[in-house]
Design a protein. Structure first.
Length: 231
């Protein structure tokens, strides 16, 4: 009985050794390839940035650049899986009959529409709290209500009474002052003080003069003609 167990054990060891040697031989026979290329879209041939490239069955791979370019070392016969967000995944097998140590490939990916399930996000931990807050929340005024409140006649009069000049009015006042100064440049420029001190420029003085003239205050008395004898 012990002889049979040892015989079976030796047979298993030999079989395992043969399998390991065959696998190692097959691995050594695989040729290393510098696999390079570009990942593009199928409809417009635009580059697909940051696409994932994985060697199927392993954890090896790379990511394409912003312009869709990729380059990494693989083995002849490896299956490369291309995937990107919004595109359908695609596989490509590197030919195992290559005579050169480099291979270029342009991988085309088709767009894929992804539908996500509906998700409701609320700032309340429970539905009951949401209902309570929703019922007690004051609904804000709509546009029509705000417009009526802003166009209230009494409120508008009060605002107009206490409102100072805005930018447009200040600009007009400044321009009028500049025009006034330019029109009297090099000449006597009247002002309210000069008009008060100068009777010729005082409209009140002119009004008093006209009234006095109508009343005859400037009429000279008749002189005695006898003091002027005929000549």
């Amino acid at each position: 009985m012990p002889v049979k167990i040892n015989t079976y054990f030796l047979i298993l060891i030999c079989f395992y050794s043969v399998c390991v040697n065959a696998q190692n031989k097959q691995t050594k026979e695989k040729k290393l390839i510098q696999f390079s290329g570009v990942v593009v879209t199928g409809d417009s041939l635009e580059p697909v940035p940051f696409a994932s490239l994985n060697i199927k069955g392993t954890k090896k791979g790379t990511i394409s650049t912003y312009s869709g370019f990729f380059s990494f070392v693989a083995q002849a016969g490896d299956v490369i899986e291309f995937s990107a967000m919004g595109y359908k995944s695609s596989n490509f097998k590197i030919p195992d009959t290559l005579s050169m140590a480099r291979y270029s490939w342009i991988q085309v990916l088709s767009t894929d529409t992804v539908y996500f399930s509906e998700t409701v996000i609320t700032p309340w931990p429970t539905i009951e709290q949401f209902k309570k807050t929703f019922v007690s929340t004051k609904i804000p005024d709509d546009d029509m209500t705000r417009a009526k409140r802003n166009l209230d006649l009494a409120a508008m009069k009060e605002k107009a009474r206490n409102m100072s000049m805005d930018g447009s009015e200040n600009y007009k006042s400044f321009v009028n002052q500049q025009m006034y100064n330019a029109s009297y440049q090099g000449m006597y420029k009247p002002s309210l003080t000069n008009m008060t001190n100068n009777p010729l420029l005082n409209p009140f003085a002119w009004a008093q003069f006209i009234q006095a003239w109508k009343e005859g205050k400037f009429k000279q008395p008749d002189q005695d003609l006898d003091q002027y004898p005929d000549q």
